[in-house]
Ligand binder design. Sequence first.
Ligand code: NAI
Length: 315
Amino acid sequence: MSQKIAVVGSGLIGQNWSMIFASRGYKVSVFDVDQGQITRAEKNISVTLTQYEKDGFLRGEIPAAEQTKLVTFTSSLQDCLSGAIYVQECVPENLELKKKVFAQIDELIDGETLVASSSSCLPSSAFTESLKNRHNMLVAHPINPPYFVPLVELVPAPWTKQEVIAKVRELMEIVGQSPITLRRESLGFALNRIQYAAINECWNMYQSGLLSAEDIDKVCYDGLGPRYAFIGPLQTMHLNADGIVDYCKRYADGAYNVQKETFKPIPVQYDVETAEKIQAEYNASIPLDKIPEKRKWRDARLANLAKMKNHLEKD
Ligand code: NAI
Protein backbone atom coordinates (compact mmCIF):
# COMPACT_ATOMS: atom_id res chain seq x y z
CA MET A 1 0.00 0.00 0.00
CA SER A 2 1.33 3.40 -0.90
CA GLN A 3 2.51 5.73 1.87
CA LYS A 4 0.70 8.92 2.81
CA ILE A 5 2.01 12.46 2.60
CA ALA A 6 0.25 15.47 4.14
CA VAL A 7 0.18 18.89 2.48
CA VAL A 8 -0.92 21.80 4.68
CA GLY A 9 -2.12 24.77 2.60
CA SER A 10 -3.57 24.30 -0.88
CA GLY A 11 -2.39 27.46 -2.68
CA LEU A 12 0.07 27.62 -5.56
CA ILE A 13 2.88 25.76 -3.79
CA GLY A 14 0.66 23.24 -1.98
CA GLN A 15 -0.92 22.23 -5.28
CA ASN A 16 2.47 21.83 -6.94
CA TRP A 17 3.81 19.66 -4.11
CA SER A 18 0.62 17.54 -4.19
CA MET A 19 1.07 16.82 -7.90
CA ILE A 20 4.79 16.07 -7.41
CA PHE A 21 4.13 13.53 -4.62
CA ALA A 22 1.21 11.94 -6.50
CA SER A 23 3.40 11.54 -9.59
CA ARG A 24 5.36 8.82 -7.77
CA GLY A 25 2.31 7.09 -6.33
CA TYR A 26 2.15 8.65 -2.84
CA LYS A 27 -1.30 9.17 -1.37
CA VAL A 28 -1.57 12.91 -0.70
CA SER A 29 -3.95 14.44 1.82
CA VAL A 30 -4.34 18.20 1.48
CA PHE A 31 -5.65 20.45 4.25
CA ASP A 32 -6.68 24.11 4.02
CA VAL A 33 -8.58 26.44 6.35
CA ASP A 34 -10.45 27.96 3.39
CA GLN A 35 -13.20 25.68 2.07
CA GLY A 36 -13.53 27.69 -1.15
CA GLN A 37 -9.82 27.28 -1.76
CA ILE A 38 -10.09 23.51 -1.23
CA THR A 39 -12.74 23.36 -3.96
CA ARG A 40 -10.62 25.47 -6.33
CA ALA A 41 -7.45 23.49 -5.62
CA GLU A 42 -9.21 20.15 -6.19
CA LYS A 43 -10.55 21.29 -9.56
CA ASN A 44 -7.28 22.92 -10.55
CA ILE A 45 -5.20 19.81 -9.84
CA SER A 46 -7.55 17.64 -11.88
CA VAL A 47 -7.59 20.05 -14.85
CA THR A 48 -3.82 20.67 -14.67
CA LEU A 49 -2.82 17.00 -14.54
CA THR A 50 -5.13 16.18 -17.46
CA GLN A 51 -3.63 19.04 -19.46
CA TYR A 52 -0.05 18.02 -18.56
CA GLU A 53 -0.80 14.50 -19.77
CA LYS A 54 -2.06 15.85 -23.12
CA ASP A 55 0.99 18.11 -23.47
CA GLY A 56 3.47 15.37 -22.52
CA PHE A 57 4.49 17.21 -19.33
CA LEU A 58 3.03 14.74 -16.81
CA ARG A 59 5.61 13.43 -14.35
CA GLY A 60 5.93 9.74 -13.48
CA GLU A 61 4.43 6.68 -15.16
CA ILE A 62 0.96 6.78 -13.57
CA PRO A 63 -1.94 8.08 -15.76
CA ALA A 64 -3.26 11.54 -14.87
CA ALA A 65 -6.67 10.21 -13.78
CA GLU A 66 -5.02 7.91 -11.22
CA GLN A 67 -2.64 10.61 -10.00
CA THR A 68 -5.65 12.88 -9.51
CA LYS A 69 -7.37 10.21 -7.40
CA LEU A 70 -4.29 9.95 -5.18
CA VAL A 71 -4.81 13.56 -4.04
CA THR A 72 -7.64 13.96 -1.54
CA PHE A 73 -8.78 17.04 0.35
CA THR A 74 -9.91 17.58 3.92
CA SER A 75 -10.95 20.45 6.18
CA SER A 76 -9.62 18.54 9.22
CA LEU A 77 -5.93 18.97 10.02
CA GLN A 78 -6.10 15.84 12.16
CA ASP A 79 -7.36 13.71 9.25
CA CYS A 80 -4.77 15.26 6.97
CA LEU A 81 -1.88 14.34 9.29
CA SER A 82 -3.15 10.97 10.49
CA GLY A 83 -0.77 8.22 9.30
CA ALA A 84 1.37 10.60 7.20
CA ILE A 85 5.09 9.81 6.96
CA TYR A 86 5.89 13.35 5.84
CA VAL A 87 4.22 16.77 6.06
CA GLN A 88 4.89 19.60 3.62
CA GLU A 89 3.65 22.90 5.10
CA CYS A 90 2.60 25.48 2.48
CA VAL A 91 0.79 28.29 4.32
CA PRO A 92 1.58 31.96 3.58
CA GLU A 93 4.99 33.38 4.52
CA ASN A 94 4.13 34.93 7.86
CA LEU A 95 6.06 34.14 11.02
CA GLU A 96 3.10 34.19 13.41
CA LEU A 97 1.09 31.94 11.09
CA LYS A 98 3.98 29.48 10.65
CA LYS A 99 4.40 29.38 14.46
CA LYS A 100 0.70 28.66 14.91
CA VAL A 101 0.49 26.00 12.20
CA PHE A 102 3.69 24.23 13.32
CA ALA A 103 2.44 24.18 16.92
CA GLN A 104 -0.83 22.60 15.73
CA ILE A 105 1.04 20.04 13.63
CA ASP A 106 3.37 19.28 16.57
CA GLU A 107 0.39 18.38 18.75
CA LEU A 108 -1.08 15.99 16.21
CA ILE A 109 1.93 14.00 14.92
CA ASP A 110 3.85 11.13 16.44
CA GLY A 111 7.63 11.12 16.86
CA GLU A 112 8.15 9.44 13.48
CA THR A 113 6.56 12.01 11.15
CA LEU A 114 8.92 14.38 9.35
CA VAL A 115 7.74 17.96 8.80
CA ALA A 116 9.13 20.43 6.28
CA SER A 117 8.16 24.02 5.63
CA SER A 118 8.08 25.47 2.11
CA SER A 119 9.24 28.77 3.62
CA SER A 120 11.04 31.05 1.14
CA CYS A 121 12.87 33.16 3.71
CA LEU A 122 11.98 32.25 7.28
CA PRO A 123 14.36 29.73 8.87
CA SER A 124 12.61 26.90 10.69
CA SER A 125 14.44 27.77 13.94
CA ALA A 126 12.16 30.85 14.06
CA PHE A 127 9.03 28.71 14.42
CA THR A 128 10.02 25.27 15.75
CA GLU A 129 12.26 26.01 18.76
CA SER A 130 9.74 25.23 21.50
CA LEU A 131 8.15 22.20 19.82
CA LYS A 132 8.53 18.63 21.10
CA ASN A 133 9.12 17.21 17.61
CA ARG A 134 11.50 19.97 16.53
CA HIS A 135 14.24 17.42 15.73
CA ASN A 136 12.05 16.19 12.87
CA MET A 137 11.47 19.64 11.35
CA LEU A 138 13.29 21.67 8.71
CA VAL A 139 12.78 23.86 5.65
CA ALA A 140 12.35 22.27 2.20
CA HIS A 141 12.17 25.34 -0.03
CA PRO A 142 10.94 24.77 -3.60
CA ILE A 143 11.46 27.09 -6.57
CA ASN A 144 8.47 28.37 -8.53
CA PRO A 145 7.04 26.52 -10.44
CA PRO A 146 8.27 23.44 -8.52
CA TYR A 147 6.66 20.96 -10.94
CA PHE A 148 9.10 22.15 -13.62
CA VAL A 149 12.00 23.63 -11.63
CA PRO A 150 13.27 20.75 -9.52
CA LEU A 151 15.64 22.41 -7.01
CA VAL A 152 14.70 22.07 -3.34
CA GLU A 153 16.79 23.80 -0.67
CA LEU A 154 16.92 21.72 2.51
CA VAL A 155 17.74 23.99 5.43
CA PRO A 156 17.98 22.35 8.87
CA ALA A 157 17.54 24.19 12.16
CA PRO A 158 20.39 23.68 14.66
CA TRP A 159 18.30 20.89 16.26
CA THR A 160 17.19 19.03 13.11
CA LYS A 161 18.52 15.45 13.27
CA GLN A 162 21.01 14.45 10.54
CA GLU A 163 19.00 11.33 9.75
CA VAL A 164 15.91 13.50 9.19
CA ILE A 165 17.77 15.64 6.65
CA ALA A 166 18.99 12.46 4.93
CA LYS A 167 15.47 10.97 4.80
CA VAL A 168 13.91 14.14 3.39
CA ARG A 169 16.69 14.37 0.82
CA GLU A 170 15.98 10.79 -0.21
CA LEU A 171 12.24 11.47 -0.48
CA MET A 172 12.92 14.51 -2.68
CA GLU A 173 15.03 12.35 -4.97
CA ILE A 174 12.37 9.63 -5.10
CA VAL A 175 9.77 12.15 -6.29
CA GLY A 176 12.12 13.59 -8.92
CA GLN A 177 13.11 16.84 -7.22
CA SER A 178 16.72 17.95 -6.99
CA PRO A 179 17.63 18.56 -3.34
CA ILE A 180 20.61 20.46 -1.95
CA THR A 181 21.49 20.52 1.74
CA LEU A 182 22.71 23.62 3.57
CA ARG A 183 24.87 22.65 6.54
CA ARG A 184 23.36 25.42 8.66
CA GLU A 185 20.77 28.16 8.42
CA SER A 186 21.77 31.10 6.26
CA LEU A 187 19.66 34.14 5.33
CA GLY A 188 18.55 33.85 1.71
CA PHE A 189 19.44 30.13 1.75
CA ALA A 190 21.61 29.47 -1.37
CA LEU A 191 19.58 30.33 -4.46
CA ASN A 192 18.66 33.85 -3.39
CA ARG A 193 22.23 34.65 -2.37
CA ILE A 194 23.39 33.78 -5.89
CA GLN A 195 20.34 35.43 -7.45
CA TYR A 196 20.86 38.72 -5.58
CA ALA A 197 24.54 38.82 -6.60
CA ALA A 198 23.42 38.49 -10.25
CA ILE A 199 20.62 41.07 -9.88
CA ASN A 200 23.09 43.49 -8.24
CA GLU A 201 25.25 43.57 -11.35
CA CYS A 202 22.18 43.85 -13.62
CA TRP A 203 21.02 46.82 -11.52
CA ASN A 204 24.45 48.49 -11.54
CA MET A 205 24.90 48.07 -15.29
CA TYR A 206 21.42 49.45 -15.97
CA GLN A 207 21.92 52.41 -13.64
CA SER A 208 25.23 53.30 -15.25
CA GLY A 209 23.51 53.32 -18.67
CA LEU A 210 25.75 50.57 -20.06
CA LEU A 211 22.96 48.45 -21.60
CA SER A 212 19.20 48.43 -22.00
CA ALA A 213 17.09 46.25 -19.67
CA GLU A 214 16.21 43.96 -22.57
CA ASP A 215 19.89 43.44 -23.44
CA ILE A 216 20.76 42.75 -19.80
CA ASP A 217 18.04 40.07 -19.73
CA LYS A 218 19.43 38.65 -22.95
CA VAL A 219 22.87 38.23 -21.36
CA CYS A 220 21.16 35.77 -19.02
CA TYR A 221 18.64 33.91 -21.18
CA ASP A 222 20.90 33.57 -24.22
CA GLY A 223 24.26 33.50 -22.44
CA LEU A 224 24.54 32.46 -18.82
CA GLY A 225 21.19 30.63 -18.76
CA PRO A 226 22.10 28.02 -21.41
CA ARG A 227 25.62 27.76 -19.95
CA TYR A 228 24.28 26.98 -16.49
CA ALA A 229 21.32 24.83 -17.58
CA PHE A 230 23.35 21.63 -17.23
CA ILE A 231 26.42 22.50 -15.16
CA GLY A 232 26.99 25.22 -12.58
CA PRO A 233 29.53 28.07 -12.46
CA LEU A 234 32.18 26.12 -10.53
CA GLN A 235 32.04 23.16 -12.90
CA THR A 236 32.11 25.59 -15.82
CA MET A 237 35.42 26.92 -14.46
CA HIS A 238 36.67 23.33 -14.17
CA LEU A 239 35.76 22.53 -17.79
CA ASN A 240 36.85 25.82 -19.34
CA ALA A 241 40.49 25.16 -18.45
CA ASP A 242 42.44 22.07 -17.45
CA GLY A 243 40.61 21.96 -14.14
CA ILE A 244 39.55 24.71 -11.78
CA VAL A 245 43.08 25.17 -10.37
CA ASP A 246 44.38 25.83 -13.87
CA TYR A 247 41.40 28.16 -14.47
CA CYS A 248 42.35 30.20 -11.43
CA LYS A 249 46.00 30.38 -12.49
CA ARG A 250 44.91 31.65 -15.90
CA TYR A 251 41.89 33.82 -15.17
CA ALA A 252 41.64 34.71 -11.47
CA ASP A 253 43.64 37.94 -11.81
CA GLY A 254 41.49 39.05 -14.74
CA ALA A 255 38.30 38.31 -12.79
CA TYR A 256 39.70 40.15 -9.78
CA ASN A 257 40.51 43.22 -11.91
CA VAL A 258 37.03 43.28 -13.48
CA GLN A 259 35.54 43.24 -9.98
CA LYS A 260 37.97 45.88 -8.67
CA GLU A 261 37.30 48.24 -11.56
CA THR A 262 33.56 47.78 -12.06
CA PHE A 263 31.83 46.37 -8.98
CA LYS A 264 30.04 48.80 -6.72
CA PRO A 265 29.76 48.42 -2.95
CA ILE A 266 27.17 46.00 -1.65
CA PRO A 267 24.44 45.80 -0.53
CA VAL A 268 22.59 47.30 -3.49
CA GLN A 269 19.22 48.90 -2.83
CA TYR A 270 16.82 48.09 -5.68
CA ASP A 271 15.40 51.61 -5.83
CA VAL A 272 11.99 52.54 -7.19
CA GLU A 273 13.39 55.24 -9.49
CA THR A 274 15.50 52.72 -11.42
CA ALA A 275 12.64 50.19 -11.31
CA GLU A 276 10.32 52.74 -12.91
CA LYS A 277 12.78 53.31 -15.76
CA ILE A 278 13.08 49.55 -16.37
CA GLN A 279 9.30 49.17 -16.25
CA ALA A 280 8.91 51.99 -18.77
CA GLU A 281 11.14 49.96 -21.11
CA TYR A 282 9.00 46.86 -20.59
CA ASN A 283 5.79 48.82 -21.19
CA ALA A 284 6.11 48.20 -24.90
CA SER A 285 6.82 44.44 -24.73
CA ILE A 286 5.12 43.38 -21.46
CA PRO A 287 2.65 46.02 -20.25
CA LEU A 288 1.34 45.31 -16.76
CA ASP A 289 -1.95 43.84 -18.01
CA LYS A 290 -0.03 41.28 -20.11
CA ILE A 291 1.98 39.89 -17.16
CA PRO A 292 -0.37 36.91 -16.51
CA GLU A 293 -0.15 35.93 -20.18
CA LYS A 294 3.64 36.24 -20.15
CA ARG A 295 3.79 34.12 -16.98
CA LYS A 296 1.92 31.35 -18.79
CA TRP A 297 4.33 31.69 -21.72
CA ARG A 298 7.29 31.38 -19.31
CA ASP A 299 5.82 28.36 -17.50
CA ALA A 300 5.15 26.58 -20.81
CA ARG A 301 8.78 27.09 -21.80
CA LEU A 302 10.00 25.89 -18.41
CA ALA A 303 7.78 22.83 -18.87
CA ASN A 304 9.41 22.09 -22.22
CA LEU A 305 12.88 22.60 -20.75
CA ALA A 306 12.07 20.20 -17.89
CA LYS A 307 10.76 17.65 -20.41
CA MET A 308 13.89 17.92 -22.50
CA LYS A 309 16.23 17.65 -19.51
CA ASN A 310 14.36 14.57 -18.25
CA HIS A 311 14.55 13.04 -21.69
CA LEU A 312 18.31 13.71 -21.98
CA GLU A 313 18.94 12.24 -18.52
CA LYS A 314 17.24 8.97 -19.55
CA ASP A 315 19.72 8.53 -22.47
P1 NAI B 1 -0.72 30.88 -1.30
O1 NAI B 1 -1.20 32.15 -0.71
O2 NAI B 1 -0.93 30.63 -2.76
O3 NAI B 1 -1.35 29.64 -0.51
C1 NAI B 1 -1.40 29.57 0.88
C2 NAI B 1 -2.56 28.68 1.27
O4 NAI B 1 -2.50 28.46 2.69
C3 NAI B 1 -3.94 29.29 0.98
O5 NAI B 1 -4.71 28.36 0.24
C4 NAI B 1 -4.53 29.54 2.36
O6 NAI B 1 -5.94 29.38 2.40
C5 NAI B 1 -3.84 28.47 3.17
N1 NAI B 1 -3.80 28.74 4.62
C6 NAI B 1 -3.79 29.91 5.27
N2 NAI B 1 -3.76 29.70 6.60
C7 NAI B 1 -3.76 28.36 6.79
C8 NAI B 1 -3.75 27.52 7.92
N3 NAI B 1 -3.72 28.03 9.15
N4 NAI B 1 -3.76 26.18 7.74
C9 NAI B 1 -3.80 25.65 6.49
N5 NAI B 1 -3.82 26.40 5.37
C10 NAI B 1 -3.80 27.74 5.52
O7 NAI B 1 0.85 30.81 -0.93
P2 NAI B 1 1.99 30.04 -1.74
O8 NAI B 1 2.53 30.94 -2.79
O9 NAI B 1 1.52 28.70 -2.09
O10 NAI B 1 3.14 29.97 -0.62
C11 NAI B 1 3.14 29.01 0.44
C12 NAI B 1 4.54 28.94 1.04
O11 NAI B 1 5.48 28.57 0.02
C13 NAI B 1 5.05 30.27 1.60
O12 NAI B 1 5.85 30.02 2.73
C14 NAI B 1 5.91 30.81 0.47
O13 NAI B 1 6.90 31.70 0.91
C15 NAI B 1 6.52 29.52 -0.06
N6 NAI B 1 6.99 29.59 -1.44
C16 NAI B 1 6.29 30.30 -2.38
C17 NAI B 1 6.77 30.39 -3.68
C18 NAI B 1 6.02 31.16 -4.71
O14 NAI B 1 6.61 31.51 -5.74
N7 NAI B 1 4.73 31.43 -4.53
C19 NAI B 1 8.03 29.73 -4.07
C20 NAI B 1 8.65 28.96 -3.02
C21 NAI B 1 8.15 28.91 -1.75
